[in-house]
Write a protein that binds this ligand. Structure first.
Ligand code: GLN
Length: 240
């Protein structure tokens, strides 16, 4: 088996080691004898989503999100929308997550019009939402993470949240939701990076990608003793 990953804007959107998500996916696939190839899709580089099984984009500051807009609108936006509608697995973090929505109005009033691939919008405020946090997905996976964002994201009715908040701010600090989920697209504010800390979430993404491509999902279990211990320790120290 072979899974191909597209890492979108790896040099521009990579806060708090978000690249670690690719490493976690890769290592967990290799451990199951699945070959992995990752391509770096930088600004100016052609991108055809048909070539990939998993897409990933990390978080960034308002500045980088603005700089990327031109490149995004030169065709990557169409490919990203197509990939999402075609049920490709897509993980998008913080600034990269915001870019999938309709727009991001920064705290100082700058309007960044995005592709509207998903039904939500984001508006920034001066007071940032920072801290260790946790949420629970509809599968019951408790995810621990770290958030640091000015943007408040409000979901429309055509998408669901990735999870319900256990502790922290999440999408906006008001409605108890975190992230977005639509088909096999997962958006989250969780930096840190999120997948090495949450092996169950990593495996959920891998199983969706394998199922899409090969029609089966029986991933061999891995020894996650240390990962689970670390996750529980974060829960104990910061969340509960
Ligand atoms: N610039 C965005 C915000 O502050 C995203 C930040 C991030 O990726 N951490 O809301």
């Amino acid at each position: 088996m072979m899974i191909r990953i597209a890492h979108l804007y790896p040099d521009m959107l990579n806060l708090y080691g978000d690249r670690g998500n690719i490493i976690a996916l890769t290592e967990r696939m290799k451990a199951r004898n699945i070959d992995v190839v990752t391509d770096q899709i930088t600004m100016g580089k052609a991108f055809n989503s048909d070539d990939y099984d998993i897409l990933f984009v990390g978080g960034g500051q308002d500045f980088e999100q603005d700089v990327l807009l031109d490149d995004l609108k030169k065709g990557k936006d169409i490919e990203i929308k197509r990939a999402i509608e075609n049920s490709k697995v897509f993980l998008a973090i913080c600034g990269g997550y915001q870019m999938l929505g309709k727009y991001y109005k920064t705290y100082d009033g700058k309007m960044l019009e995005y592709m509207g691939a998903l039904d939500f919008y984001t508006e920034g405020k001066e007071e940032r939402m920072i801290g260790n946090y946790a949420f629970k997905t509809k599968e019951g996976i408790e995810v621990v993470g770290f958030e640091n964002h000015s943007g408040r994201t409000y979901l429309g009715k055509n998408v669901e949240p990735l999870g319900k908040m256990i502790k922290g701010y999440g999408n906006n600090g008001e409605d108890g939701t975190e992230g977005v989920r639509y088909k096999n697209t997962f958006g989250t504010y969780s930096h840190g990076p999120v997948l090495p800390k949450n092996s169950q979430l990593a495996d959920l993404l891998i199983s969706k990608a394998v199922e899409n491509k090969y029609g089966k999902t029986d991933l061999a279990p891995l020894d996650d003793t240390l990962e689970i211990k670390a996750q529980q320790q974060v829960m104990k120290l910061y969340i509960r």
